[in-house]
Design a binder for this molecule. Structure first.
Ligand code: 8YV
Length: 323
């Protein structure tokens, strides 16, 4: 039997590309240039499997036009709001993701953002690098103490829990969270956290609000102008989830007006575009979607895709099937 034809849309860690090349008839993207809509449509009518990332937009329109040959989209990443899942399902295309392996590193990035905005790390580094540091003084770049503060987590899945654990057991924070489904209180306590009934209840008490829910239609602009206004004065917003969970224009307005004190962001509404106003704000830490960007995690993510696609073509149960 001939090997399945597979397209890998972006460069992956070398060790994973080697395994893919051994197992499949694989086409790589040596230039690592993101594919456009027409190229993705062509890919779906050419390859047995396409392995996309968050930088590949796969709305319903991409599944229309040419006959779809692809049987599986092995997404490199846990979030899949860039893929129209219903359109894939309608065409009989399976979709898989990579849960679990990026939990710790994404929670770490959320912690890095929280600490950086509270303690003005980015601002201090920019000042020193610019040669503008005038020396120590008691009032220089005074930030916000983290230990003992309250953190509010929106979405208590794997990453939300890992972040809660870091905040409570590492930094002595009081941790509250909102999650659509109830979490067993004993389970929540293991992560040093307790569930509150509404997002508003979390916003009312949190000094830091950190988003850990999925992106896509169900959570689009969950943090809108009203919710930003409901945050405590002087609170910070951390987003390592998806850009569309926050109304970015409303966030910029809230930061300008001083409704909230600052924000730590790893994700944006129209990546890689980040509005210049946001990039210029000293009280905002901006990272270029680095949540899972460690050698260990990116390799583990790639190997998870390999496992999913291999199981699919061998007719076995597919471990991380979304549809
Ligand atoms: C990934 C992520 O790097 O897995 C996710 O959902 O947000 C990132 O950490 C990216 O999505 C890769 O497709």
């Amino acid at each position: 039997m001939s090997k399945p034809r597979i397209l890998v849309t972006r460069r992956w860690p070398a060790t994973v590309e080697t395994v893919l090349a051994e197992r499949f008839d694989v086409t790589f993207n040596p230039g690592d240039i993101p594919l456009g809509e027409n190229e993705l449509r062509l890919a779906l009518s050419t390859y047995d499997a396409v392995l996309p990332t968050v930088s590949d937009r796969l709305p319903a329109a991409v599944f229309d036009g040419a006959p779809v040959v692809t049987k599986i989209l092995g997404n490199f990443g846990v979030g899949y709001n860039h893929i129209d899942i219903s359109a894939a399902k309608e065409r009989g295309v399976a979709v898989t993701n990579t849960p679990g392996v990026l939990t710790d590193c994404t929670a770490d990035i959320a912690m890095l953002l929280l600490l950086s905005v509270a303690r003005r790390g980015g601002e201090g580094e920019r000042q020193l690098r610019a040669g503008e540091w005038k020396g120590w003084c008691p009032t220089h770049m005074v930030g916000t103490k983290v230990t003992g503060k309250t953190v509010g987590i929106i979405g208590f899945g794997r990453i939300g829990k890992a972040f809660a654990q870091r905040c409570h057991f590492g930094f002595g924070m009081d941790v509250v969270f909102f999650n659509r489904s109830p979490i067993d209180p004993a389970e929540a306590t293991r992560y040093g956290a307790r569930q509150l009934p509404t997002i508003e209840a979390v916003l009312a008490v949190a000094d830091f609000v950190s988003l850990h829910c999925p992106g896509g239609a169900e959570n689009r602009h969950l943090m809108n102008a009203a919710r930003l206004a409901a945050m405590k004065p002087g609170a910070f917003l951390i987003n390592t989830a998806r850009g569309d969970v926050v109304d970015q224009a409303a966030l910029i307005a809230a930061l300008k007006a001083g409704t909230i004190r600052g924000a730590g962001l790893d994700v944006y509404e129209a990546e890689p575009d980040v509005p210049e106003t946001l990039r210029r704000m000293e009280n905002v830490m901006v990272l270029p979607h680095l949540g899972s960007a460690t050698e260990e995690t990116r390799t583990a993510m790639g190997m998870k895709v390999v496992d999913n696609v291999t199981a699919f073509f061998e007719g076995r149960d597919v471990p991380d099937r979304v549809v």
